[in-house]
Design a protein around this ligand. Structure first.
Ligand code: ZN
Length: 291
């Protein structure tokens, strides 16, 4: 079966880290995120006026490439959504383009038929790993297992061409403990996990012949005491970092918005979006926007 799917050298990995404040990054030791930014860019993203600063709607916009008016996810209960019309990129690429896709993480509505989900309806391979309880510690264990699973799959002959890996411990830590030292440590730990995912990509036997795009993205910020959902700058400020074909290191990028992530995934794989998809996003760089 898989031998009939298109091969080609292009691959995309999207790493979603929930609730990472942009303003704290300069003071934190995050060498792997820094390396992604140095190979491409790191840009702020403002959650738009129509979108609640909640994980449900923000992740839905990031992975579908359309805004809330289309995908219909307005909160962390995803019920009433129109994801069947506006699917996530792992589902669309698998169904329409016969690409091998993979999604992994531990937050139920993204991966399970719970709370109106799943957001990731039908990737080629899906790994849901439940946190054993709703605590920062349990979420660190969950993220650790998600990372190990993704390292395995990225290195396996499953050879996913487009992947999404979700890490949730940072957000959970902010909700429980605010944006203090524990939160900062959780961001450093997420960066170590990003490093292992990048190492797994580089260790692939065919890496020299492959053309990888890596996108690291957060959904929203946090208030100092922890919490989000409002319209403050701290809550509305997210970010994207990325490198890959069509992204010149250090060159200016267009203003980046959340729906651009899915649009860039398609562009990076050489796929021209069907106008009927009515994507609201565009690739990060003019070079790829013209492809
Ligand atoms: Zn949250």
């Amino acid at each position: 079966m898989s031998s009939s799917w298109p091969a080609g050298p292009r691959r995309v990995l999207v790493v979603g880290i929930d609730g990472v404040r942009l303003d704290l990054l300069p003071e934190l030791d995050t060498p792997h995120l820094d390396a992604v930014a140095a190979a491409g860019f790191l840009a702020p993203v403002e959650v738009d006026d129509a979108t609640p600063t909640m994980s449900g709607p923000c992740w839905a916009t990031i992975v579908t490439g359309v805004g809330v008016a289309k995908h219909g996810v307005f909160g962390n209960h995803l019920g009433g959504n129109r994801l069947d019309v506006f699917p996530d990129f792992t589902t669309r690429l698998a169904a329409v383009h016969r690409r091998r896709t993979f999604a992994a993480g531990g937050w139920e509505p993204l991966f399970l038929a719970r709370q109106g989900g799943p957001l990731f309806a039908a990737p080629g391979r899906l790994s849901y790993i439940a946190p054993l309880e709703d605590t920062p510690q349990a979420w660190e264990v969950c993220d650790e297992r998600v990372t190990a699973e993704a390292v395995y799959v990225l290195g396996s002959d499953d050879d996913p061409q487009a992947s999404f890996v979700y890490l949730g411990a940072v957000d959970e830590t902010a909700h429980f403990l605010g944006c203090g030292e524990e939160y900062r440590q959780s961001i450093r730990t997420a960066d170590e996990r990003l490093g292992r995912l990048l190492a797994a990509v580089r260790a692939r036997p065919g890496y020299a012949e492959e053309e990888w795009t890596v996108i690291v993205v957060t959904d929203h910020g946090h208030l100092d005491q922890g919490g989000h959902g409002g319209r403050s700058t701290l809550e509305r400020t997210a970010w994207v970092a990325a490198f890959g074909p069509g992204i010149e290191p250090g060159a200016p990028v267009l203003t980046v918005r959340h729906p651009d992530v899915a649009a860039h995934v398609y562009a990076a794989l050489g796929i021209t979006p069907d106008p009927h998809w009515t994507l609201d996003g565009r690739p990060f760089t003019p070079a790829l926007a013209r492809v």
